[in-house]
Design a protein around this ligand. Structure first.
Ligand code: ADP
Ligand code: ASP
Ligand code: MG
Length: 406
């Protein structure tokens, strides 16, 4: 007997037929004698529709109420799943985040899980009951409903697996594993049998939405064994593992992209000590995350151009904050561009091999793609390019690093 967590994403519970299909998998696991906790997302498209409703209701909605609205999709799915399981003869009940409870901080809209109390659920397991948990939601100290950020059901599942000390956390989705890059864009993308936590973390944080970044962080910290697999096919998925469990290590194991980038350039900024702090301080105060940064070298000594990226959603606010301080900061003009994409190549093999970045620059140059900003870390190289080249760049890089499926 084992204890397992099974998570089903939005497309896997998109209608009653699919919920029934997922329920059949759950039933099979329960009948093998396993203790099963299921985590479900909202039905495909539901959360997006709720987010849009909140936006239409008010420009800057109270985030506590945003959470009340957008968390509701998961309530529907967990109830439906429990009903369907019961109709198949499986003992099951639904659990909302607040009923467990899944305690989070009060950063509404992207709360972090702090603690999960599982004693009640464990008692029900012993009675043979399957737990169907609404993903994406929790409760804060004030007793208010919180949500974990888009894609947060992955994190609900991993956190629950950690709290329950589960043997496995199976993430059922609409692809049959983690691929070398998004298989919806690159037809030659290859499924990986295994990927390291570190690479998966980097892939997720650079835009591969197959797992939410925080879920991978959490899995790494608590040694949760994640498996990503298809809810539609019976093929083995991808295991996320420690580095020493990987036999053959490719130099680059994956390529990710993020369209959620916007570029800002401040022209003719005074080139003096303290200027960067003066520019980025107010952005930090406004809770705006700055990602890539380059300071151009200028021919004259007193002035320089500064380019950086923020999330598309923060672009307008960023421009407003900086424009409001133009005189104090002393820049001549501000340019902004949201037609950009960040493409990143990722691989732990980079630690010990030079030339990965050069290969990337050459492959892009051969396709006439201009690089606007570059940033690197130990196991990743990222470039910012014009959004129209996304597919061309991904396919070209995929071939250049020898990742194409045969
Ligand atoms: P779910 O609704 O099950 O949570 P998501 O839409 O959040 O599913 O994540 C699955 C999607 O992630 C896939 O449909 C695929 O388009 C995308 N994706 C991006 N990069 C990758 C990758 N490297 N491997 C697999 N899927 C990826
Ligand atoms: N339903 C939420 C979302 O769409 C959470 C999730 O699916 O993981 O972001
Ligand atoms: Mg998801």
């Amino acid at each position: 007997m084992a204890r397992i967590v099974m998570k089903f994403g939005g497309t896997s519970v998109a209608d009653l037929d699919r919920i029934r299909r997922a329920a059949a998998r759950i039933k099979a696991e329960a009948e093998r004698g396993n203790e099963v906790a299921v985590v479900v997302s909202a039905m495909a498209g539901v959360t997006n529709a709720m987010v849009q409703l909140v936006r239409d209701a008010a420009n800057l909605a109270d985030l506590r109420e945003y959470d009340v609205v957008v968390s509701s999709g998961e309530q529907v799915t967990s109830g439906l799943m429990a009903i369907v399981l019961q109709s198949m003869g499986v003992q099951a009940r639904s659990w909302m985040g607040w009923q467990i409870p899944i305690r989070t901080d009060d950063a509404h809209g992207s709360s972090r899980i702090e603690e999960i109390e599982v004693a009640d659920m464990e008692r029900r397991f012993r009675e043979g009951q399957v737990a169907v948990v609404a993903g994406f939601q929790g409760i804060d100290k004030q007793g208010r409903i919180t949500t974990l950020g888009r894609g947060g059901s992955d994190t609900s599942a991993v956190a629950l697996a950690a709290a329950l000390n589960a043997e496995r956390c199976d993430i059922y989705t609409d692809v049959d594993g983690v691929y070398t890059t998004d298989p919806r864009i690159v037809a030659k993308a290859r499924k990986l049998n295994r990927i390291t936590y570190e690479e998966m973390l980097e892939m997720a944080s650079q835009g591969a939405k197959v797992l939410q970044t925080r879920s991978v962080e959490m899995a790494m910290k608590h040694h949760v064994r994640i498996q990503v697999l298809s809810s539609f096919e019976d093929s083995p998925g991808t295991l996320v593992v420690d580095e020493d469990e990987i036999v053959e290590q490719a130099l680059v194991s994956g390529i990710a992209y993020s369209r959620d980038e916007a570029k800002i350039t401040l022209l003719r900024v005074p080139d003096q000590p303290g200027v960067a702090a003066k520019i980025f301080g107010p952005l930090a105060d406004a809770a705006i995350n700055v990602d890539m940064i380059v300071q151009n070298v200028s021919a004259e000594t007193e002035r320089t151009d500064l380019t950086f990226t923020v999330s598309k959603a923060d672009l307008e606010r960023t421009v407003a904050v900086l424009r409001g301080r133009q005189e104090e900061l002393g820049f001549a003009d501000l340019l902004s561009d949201h037609n950009v994409v960040k493409v990143s190549v990722i691989g732990v093999g980079m630690r010990s091999h030079a030339g990965v970045a050069q290969q990337m620059f050459t492959a892009l140059a051969e396709r006439g793609i201009n690089i606007q900003v570059i940033s690197t870390s130990e196991i990743k190289v990222s470039v910012l390019i014009a959004e129209e080249y996304t597919e061309l760049a991904l396919r070209g890089l995929h071939t250049a690093y020898g990742l194409d499926a045969a």
